[in-house]
Design a protein around this ligand. Sequence first.
Ligand SMILES: NC(=O)c1ccc[n+]([C@@H]2O[C@H](COP(=O)([O-])OP(=O)(O)OC[C@H]3O[C@@H](n4cnc5c(N)ncnc54)[C@H](OP(=O)(O)O)[C@@H]3O)[C@@H](O)[C@H]2O)c1
Length: 425
Amino acid sequence: MHRQTPRCVTTLLTLHRLAIDLARAIRRSARGRPAATTKPVQRGRLAPPTPARKARTAKTCGTEVGQHWVSSPPLQHVEFPGGHLDVNILIIGGTRNLGHFLTLSLVSRGHCVTLLNRGQTRDDLPAGIPRLRADRCDEAQLRGALVGREFDAVVDTALYRGREAREVVDVLDGRVGRFVFISTGQVYLVRTGAARPFSEEAYSGALMAEPQGSSSDLNDWRYGIEKREAEDVLAEAWERRCFPVTSLRLPMVASERDHYSRIHGYLLRLRDGGPLLLPRPPWLGVRHVDVHDVVAAIERLLASSAGLGRTYNVSPDETLTLGAFLDLLATIACVPKRTVLVDRALLESRALLPACSPMSDAWMSELDNARGRSELGLSYTRVAETLRRIVAHYDAHPGPSPASYGRRAEELALAKEAGCPNASA
Ligand SMILES: NC(=O)c1ccc[n+]([C@@H]2O[C@H](COP(=O)([O-])OP(=O)(O)OC[C@H]3O[C@@H](n4cnc5c(N)ncnc54)[C@H](OP(=O)(O)O)[C@@H]3O)[C@@H](O)[C@H]2O)c1
C-alpha cells in the first residue's frame, strides 16, 4: 500500500539545495566574497512551497545557477547505512522494459518504489510494489492519483509530449526532490545537419520539415519532435520554477524485454537457417545502450546532486557497422551469418521493413557520451557482453515468436526471388 506521508526523507531536495549553495559559493568566491557554509544533509519532510520560496528558488536556479552551471557540476555521493539510499521514488510507467529493470533494481536496494501506469502493459513485477492507476495523458487522472503525495524522486519513462510535460510539472511542482525524464536520441535525428555522434550541443539548430513519405518516417519524426517539446517544457520549468529535472537521452536500448524484439528478431532469423534480408547499404552505425547501464545512470543521479537542470546522453562509445554487429551476434549464437541484400524500395513496397531488419533505417541515433562520463562518471558495458546476456536469455526462455517474425515466410520467398535458392527456414 502506498504511504501518503512518506517515511523517507527529501534527501535529494536537500542535495539540490547544497548544489545551489556550492554554485553560489563558487560565484561568490569568484567575486572575492567568502563562501557560504554548506549545510549537512538532513532528514525531514518536504516543506510546502510558499510563494516566497518559489520566487526565491526560481530566481536562484533559473538565472543565477542555471545559466552558469554548465561546465562541471559537483558530483556528491551520499552513502546511507547498509548502502541503501532509502528514498521514496515514483516511476511513471515502470512495467515494460527499462522501467521493469529499474523498479527491480531500486527495490532490491531498499528504496520505496511506487508505480503509476494504466495497468495495460503486462506487469511482471512483484505484487507488493504499490501501483497507482492513471492515464498520465489525462491531467485529472494524473492529479487524482498523485494528490497529497510527495516523492524524493520521480523517474518518468512514459512522457512523450509537451502538453503532458506541462501537466506533470504543474502536478508535481514543489512535491518532488528530483525528476528524471527519459528522453531519446531521436531528438537529434530530427535536426538538419547535426554531425554524428551527436553531442548534447547538437540539440540546438534547424529542424527537419515533416516528412511526406512513409507513415513510419512520419511516426519517427513526430516522436523526435514531441520528445523535444517535452524536453523544452522541462528545461523551461527548471529555468523559471527550479523544477528539479534531469533529462537523459538514450539511443536504442538493448534489452531482453525490448518490445520491438529487435535483437530477438535478428537472432531468430540467424537461428532458423534462412538468410537475413537486409536493405542495401548505406547503413548507419549501430550504437546501443545496455538497459542495465541506463538503470545505473538513473541510480547515479538519484544518489547525488549532480546534473540538476542538465541533459545527458546515456550511450556507450562503441559503434559497429550493421554487418559487424550481425557478425558478432552470429558468433555469440554459434550460427553462420547468411544475408541477402535487396533494394530498400522493394522491401518497403512489400512492407517487410522495419521488421526484417530494424537497425538499418535512418532513425538510428549515435550519441556522444563525453558529458555523462565527465560530469556523472557514467560507464558502459561492452556490446559483446550485452549480446551474450541477451542471447543466453532468449535461449533459456524461447517463448512465443514476436509479431515482427510473423512474415518470415514472405521474407524467405523474396530472398529466393533475389537469387538465394537455399533460402529456407
Ligand atoms: N526502447 C528504446 O529503444 C528506447 C530508446 C530511446 C528512448 N526510449 C525511451 O524510454 C521510454 C520507454 O521505456 P520503456 O518502455 O522501457 O518504459 P517502461 O517504464 O518499462 O514502460 C512504459 C510504461 O509506461 C506506461 N504507460 C504508457 N502509456 C501510459 C499512459 N498514457 N499513462 C500512464 N502510463 C503509461 C506503461 O504501462 P501501461 O501501458 O500499463 O500504462 C508502462 O508501464 C520512453 O520514454 C522512450 O522514449 C526508449
